[in-house]
Design a protein around this ligand. Structure first.
Ligand SMILES: [Zn+2]
Ligand SMILES: [Zn+2]
Length: 331
């Protein structure tokens, strides 16, 4: 079997013919493998989903138990026969439970990365490179301008601003799944043990993380009151609307890979941009492509052309895979 026979693009999304499953379909299907719980990868309505136990718990917490006909779990590293193929889930280092999908059939191996990052994250298992013939990679930050600094320096920036502005609170815009919990865990590692105030939209997934063994320390609803000196976490949209007006003279912060682009920070009224991303940066993408040893690379999710061009320069057969319905605006 040719490696490229392992995967094909259908209107519903990426399909694996020998296994008869879709991976992160954008429409409801009979059977889907879900790489992780972000809404552009995990959508309600499919008859059956297969995911890591962590992603399954996140999916059910987000969409409710009735959103999927059947929820099947597969722990990292365990091979499962599906149709004529063997499927394995391998850590992607993106958010809790995030997996790459490894598909093997008749001596050929394909890996679908889902979203991934290579930098350490105390809230999830680290990315594991898997040698393969065909690698389907994301490229959210697939331009050389995107280089994410180590998170320790960004957390230090935030804590220095807190110390320098004792009469203000700090309101950090962070995506509800993954980014918020990673920031909290990194703040704890940096010695911030005061209660962290949470917008209601973040509470549910923080509770899921804690239930799955990721300790986050004292968390308090922001609705109970926010004082000067506090750190508050909220979805970026909440900081742009009326919700933020009740906060005491907030320093508006945002934690995103997009904060590398100064103009974006300005547009969004961000006073303190923190470059924190749960996606691989340019160097991470290139290094990962080489590590897989794949001769064929399909690029999805973002700046596809630049990475395809880079692959061609390294003798790798690459093409963009434009999957409708992907949205990394929330990153
Ligand atoms: Zn994601
Ligand atoms: Zn994504």
């Amino acid at each position: 079997m040719k490696p490229t026979d392992l995967l094909t693009l259908r209107p519903e999304g990426l399909f694996c013919p020998p296994a008869g499953v879709f991976i992160d379909p954008t429409r409801p299907v009979a059977r889907a493998v879900i790489t992780h719980g972000h809404a552009d990868h995990c959508r309600p309505g499919s008859d059956a989903i297969l995911a890591t136990p962590e992603t399954a718990a996140i999916a059910v917490a987000r969409f409710g138990a009735s959103a999927f006909g059947r929820v099947e779990t597969l722990a990292y590293g365990v091979p499962l026969h599906v149709g004529d193929a063997v499927i394995r889930l391998v850590p992607a280092g993106h958010v809790l439970g995030a997996a790459q999908v490894v598909i093997e059939c008749a001596g050929a191996r394909a890996v679908v990365s889902g979203d991934y990052k290579r930098s350490p994250d105390p809230t999830c298992a680290a990315f594991e490179p898997v040698a393969c013939d065909l690698f389907v990679t994301e490229a959210t930050f697939g331009l050389p301008v995107f280089r994410h600094p180590p998170i320790g320096g960004e957390i230090a920036k935030l804590l220095a601003s807190v110390a320098a502005n004792p009469d203000r609170c700090h309101a950090v815009g962070a995506y509800a799944l993954g980014k918020a919990q990673r920031l909290i865990a990194e703040l704890r590692n940096a010695g911030w043990d005061a209660p962290i105030k949470l917008h209601g939209a973040l509470a549910g997934l923080c509770a899921v993380y804690e239930a799955l063994g990721v300790a986050l320390g004292p968390l308090v609803p922001a609705n109970d009151g926010v004082a000067a000196g506090d750190i508050v976490l909220a979805p970026p949209s909440a900081l742009a609307d009326r919700w933020a007006r009740r906060l005491p003279d907030p320093v508006i912060c945002a934690a995103s890979g997009w904060m590398r682009v100064r103009q974006r920070a300005k547009q969004r009224g961000v006073e303190l941009p923190l470059i924190v991303s749960d996606h691989a940066d340019w160097d991470g993408l290139c290094a990962t492509v080489l590590e897989t040893g794949a001769q064929t690379v399909w690029v999805t999710h973002g700046a596809e052309d630049a990475l395809c061009h880079w692959c061609a320069g390294h003798g790798i057969d690459a093409r963009p895979l434009s999957i409708a319905g992907r949205d990394e605006g929330g990153e």
